[in-house]
Design a binder for this molecule. Sequence first.
Ligand code: SIN
Length: 315
Amino acid sequence: MNAAVLSNDEVIQVSPLSAHIGAEIGGVDLTRPLSAEQVAAIRAALLKWRVVFFREQFLSHEQHVAFSAQFGELTVGHPVFGHVEGHPEIYSISKFRKATRFEGQALLRPWTGWHTDVTAAVNPPFASILRGVTIPPYGGDTQWTNLVIAYEKLSAPLRQFVDGLRGVHRFAPPPGARGTGAFAQAVEERALVAEHPLVRVHPETGELALYVSPGFLKHIADVTPRESQVLLELLWEHVTRPEFTVRFKWEAGSVAFWDNRSTAHLAPTDIFDLDFDRQLYRTTLVGDVPVGPDGRASVAIEGSPVGAAAAIALN
Ligand code: SIN
């Protein structure tokens, strides 16, 4: 465990959970405003460990928003699926997801598997903050993987090869899983497609991350479909190697805070084999436009950048 003693005698404990990713942070109460030093210590741990966890933090929606706002500007709950009624910055992640913005129709889309949040936008959120409220007694764990170590563990020739590639990320629920009526229409109208570098430069640390979000990355640009398929399978298998990952067992009051610029994560599917309910709430922070090692920025193909919740007129 690393204990950071701050100048006002506060102590923050950072306990790593695996070799490359994940640390639990203790000694801080997220229901209250944090000191500048606490914010800096948490941010440093986030940059180093990619995802940080807190226990026994029973936040209200308002406290969740207030905690998140200390690290950046909040986005609208979800650019396609909307937000919790009365809380524009909060996205509900329930076993049977509801898009309250669209007449409460259940989202029938199956879980997308490994992904980085909203990479179909030209400026995917830089971080996500997820809090557990109703948690099954067993099952329902979430996993994260470190995309920086994944890049570093590629062979040098392969790193050089992927450095110049770009990928097209698309948000599109599978056919038959789009709901009906106004809901389906809203999903169509809010289509998001972006081209990102396959390797992105982390804007705070300068590290290179293998930016391959399996749920949203549909193909590699400028190669044949077969080349794209084989390359993506190779890269997806690589980024999800167990030694790059951490697995988190939720409790009510747990909070996970992760850096979307250097991680992908896997939502659980075993909950559908169990009768228990599962309810979490997520905020996301406005991100920048990724840039590749060659200095080329991502471009939007469809849809607008994800803006701050405060700046969006919600209907
Ligand atoms: C997410 O993909 O942001 C949610 C992860 C989870 O439900 O564990």
